[in-house]
Design a protein around this ligand. Structure first.
Ligand code: PLP
Length: 354
């Protein structure tokens, strides 16, 4: 066992690396040889360990299973054309993770464990970063309450983990989206701005009902009037009307502050477009569509980067878009992918070298 910076490393005796090719793997299904685990007990972080990927032994009374104090992050690592490994904007995810932790009454995770632990884990499993175009290593840090006691109160013990999943190109075909007016994802004062597990459990029924009607995802709207748009499924939403790029602002704390959202905002400003972050009313989109203005609609997130929307259904009104004619979203996607994969100059210091 090698101990450096208090992270104990136990290497696997048998690597799974050559068991299957790293090409075209489905998202989130295969995991690398190692994982990081750390425990929060008596007010401090301990047992920080990188060890072979393996199942956990959990008590049936584990607090997280009952009351859902559980948060996560999603980050990607890439190999640039010369084979150097990079993580894309991990400090932004680190900050957001601790914002989520505070909202859920969980302990924050120090940089030394989140960033340095992640760096060491990826360094150890760096051969798992697929060296194919549009492939990446998906990084999943997560934190859950681990008290073995049934009772609604913040847990005293927690477990922080990082697992890694090699993933193939994420091809998101242009999607059909249903504007949701019955179910609500987030309301002011709630947990919509946190990457908390319960947000996703609460969203599944709405998605399932939209799918039954032939739609891929829902566009969430505000809790009071169901008129102001929030997010598309688990992606931030953007609209292009003429040469203005519009996205809902983060003021009401009902929207997840996406790292891809922030990256996209930076890039569209560099493209010379007008950018407006403000409440976006569905009628504004409908009016622009009806008046024949060029409208583009897309979602942004770590997994898909840019997911184009080819149909938007609001009540009985269906807006159809010919995504092949779009100018802004494809150019944004091209630039975003280029910077994420080290194929464009890193002007903003987004690439964190392993
Ligand atoms: C993770 C997530 C996003 C996208 O965030 P990125 O940092 O860009 O990956 C957007 N909305 C929700 C609800 C999310 O969970």
């Amino acid at each position: 066992m090698v101990v450096t910076h208090n992270i104990a490393v136990t290497k696997t005796e048998r690597s799974k690396l050559n068991d299957f090719p790293l090409e075209n793997l489905p998202f989130g299904k295969y995991f690398t040889d190692h994982m990081l685990e750390a425990d929060f007990e008596n007010g401090e972080w301990k047992n920080i360990e990188i060890k072979p990927y393996q199942p956990l032994l959990l008590s049936p009374s584990l607090a997280a299973l009952h009351y859902g104090q559980a948060i996560f992050e999603g980050i990607k690592a890439y190999k640039d054309p010369t084979g150097n490994a990079f993580i894309f904007r991990p400090y932004d995810n680190f900050k957001r993770f601790n914002v989520s932790a505070e909202r859920m009454q969980m302990p924050t995770v120090p940089e030394e464990i989140f960033i340095e632990g992640m760096r060491r884990l990826i360094e150890l499993d760096s051969n798992w970063i697929p060296a194919y175009e549009n492939h990446s290593l998906y990084i999943r840090p997560f934190l859950f309450s681990s008290d073995e006691m049934i009772g609604v109160r913040p847990s005293e013990t927690y477990k922080f983990m990082i697992i890694l999943s090699p993933t193939g190109p994420y091809y998101a075909a242009p999607m059909r989206i249903y504007v949701e007016e019955k179910y609500t994802r987030a309301a002011p004062g709630g947990i919509g701005f946190a990457k908390a597990a319960g947000n996703y459990a609460g969203s599944m029924l709405a998605t399932a009902e939209a799918k039954k009607q032939g739609y891929d995802q829902v566009l969430w709207t505000d809790a009071f009037e169901h008129k102001y748009v929030q997010e598309i499924g688990t992606m931030n939403v953007f609209f292009v009307i003429g040469d203005t790029v519009l996205t809902p602002d983060l003021e009401s704390e009902t929207i997840l502050s996406g790292v891809t959202r922030d990256t996209a905002l930076t890039i569209v400003k560099e493209m010379g477009l007008n950018v407006e972050e403000r409440p976006v009313h569905i009628d504004e989109i409908i009016n622009a569509y009806k008046s024949g203005k060029a409208v583009e609609v897309f979602g942004t997130g770590t997994a898909a980067t840019i997911a184009m929307i080819r149909e938007l259904k609001y009540q009985d009104f269906v807006m159809k878009f010919d995504t092949d004619k779009w100018k802004i979203a494809p150019e944004l996607k091209r630039r975003l992918d280029a910077v994420r994969t080290g194929n464009a100059e890193d002007k903003h210091g987004w690439m964190f070298k392993i």
